[in-house]
Design a protein around this ligand. Structure first.
Ligand SMILES: [Zn+2]
Length: 382
């Protein structure tokens, strides 16, 4: 059982990040862990974060949807958590996967405002809609409550149960054009090396490839939410493009390509930061798809895909699934991904721009899925 729990905590670890390009909702971890009615268990449990993330994945019909977690510092020594859970949260804090704050205050709302993300909370924030009008929009403020087969979301205001995103606020857009540096040595969020907010996957990702979280605003100036110190401008933030992997009609994960960081995807890429697809593939697809099958680069705003495989790939121009439209991408060939284009590594195994590659596409073909988990977490039901 102990082993199972630690596997679940590892799975949850892969779903927390502070990367503005990847996070899909904001939570206050101190609040989530105490939703005892979700499982009727202990006063505090880190597994409830997994249950909420799972519910978000079901609702968004995607396999891995990371959340941006704000963590009150007191949680690191909360006696209601197990020592193992405290250790895990400390590791997340050290790695910059979560934001640890002495006084979280309105930071949850600030992050949601800057990034245009929904907030999963049972707090109603009445009286704040004047200052933050988006709080009144459908799907921006959702309360996870017990439901059949796991938590479900109910809206506080505005109706609807589907989480929805909005545009980043003007301040958010401005802050995210720059990189920031915290004067505090070893700051996990705004330290040297461009790091901050890693997207931990099965293999740990190189920190330089992930985006910094949004600074907090103190008197209009960008500051480190953790240390309160004013941040210095460390130059323009590299351009990014968010790509999605769709296998068997379901988006399995998203990843970010930046101008200085190409990304290789395949069965099991050897490169740091590679996107591993093997766990979702059946035997036939695993035989066809090379360890490192395609490489994505961002060049002056264009996504360039290069086939690095043995067997080749195909481009689906404009997303067309008609066989006649398919353009072969031979081993070694490169091509710019035009609007709506995606690359197909094997029938039903597709990678393209995240906003152009939604889930719930026709399930093509039925055989492509391994007996892999359809939803990531598989939490033990208590
Ligand atoms: Zn700092």
């Amino acid at each position: 059982m102990r082993f199972e729990i630690s596997k679940v905590l590892d799975a949850i670890e892969g779903r927390v990040c502070t990367d503005p390009a990847l996070a899909r909702a904001v939570v206050d971890l101190a609040e989530v862990i105490r939703w005892q009615d979700l499982d009727g268990g202990r006063p505090a449990s880190l597994l409830r974060l997994g249950m909420v993330i799972d519910a978000l994945a079901r609702q968004m019909e995607e396999d891995s949807v990371p959340v941006y977690a704000i963590v009150h510092r007191a949680l690191l020594s909360d006696a209601d958590l197990t020592s193992n859970e405290r250790m895990v949260v400390r590791r997340w804090a050290d790695d910059g996967l979560v934001e640890v704050l002495d006084q979280p205050g309105d930071r949850v709302l600030e992050v949601a405002d800057l990034l245009g993300l929904p907030v999963l909370t049972r707090v109603r924030f009445d009286g704040l809609t004047g200052r933050l009008p988006w709080l009144g929009q459908a799907g921006r403020l959702l309360a996870p409550v017990p439901g059949a087969g796991g938590p479900v979301f109910i809206a506080h205001v505005g109706g609807g149960q589907a989480p929805s995103t909005g545009p980043r606020s003007a301040a958010g857009q401005q802050l995210l054009t720059r990189q920031w540096r915290c004067p505090e040595p070893g700051c996990a969020l705004f330290g040297a090396g461009g790091g901050g907010g890693a997207f931990a996957d099965l293999a740990r990702v190189d920190r330089s490839s992930v985006g910094q979280p949004p600074p907090t605003l103190r008197g209009g100036a960008p500051a480190c939410p953790r240390h309160g110190a004013r941040l210095s401008d460390a130059g323009p933030r590299p351009r990014t493009e968010v790509l999605a992997v769709r296998i068997g009609g379901l988006v399995r994960r998203r990843f970010v390509v930046t101008e200085d960081q190409p990304v290789v995807a395949g069965r099991a890429p050897e490169q740091a930061g590679g996107v591993v697809l093997g766990q979702w593939l059946n035997d036939e697809a695993r035989r066809w798809i090379s360890r490192g099958h395609v490489r994505f680069e961002l060049r002056v705003g264009e996504v360039v895909v290069t086939d690095t495989s043995t067997n080749g790939s195909g481009i689906r121009p404009g997303g067309s699934l008609a066989e006649a439209d398919r353009v072969a991408l031979a081993p070694g060939q490169s091509r710019v991904l035009g609007e709506g284009d995606f690359v197909e590594l094997y029938p039903g195994v597709q990678i393209g721009r995240a906003e152009e590659l939604p889930s719930a596409a026709p399930f093509t073909p039925a055989s492509v899925m391994a007996e892999a988990p359809t939803m990531a977490m598989r939490l033990p039901r208590v």
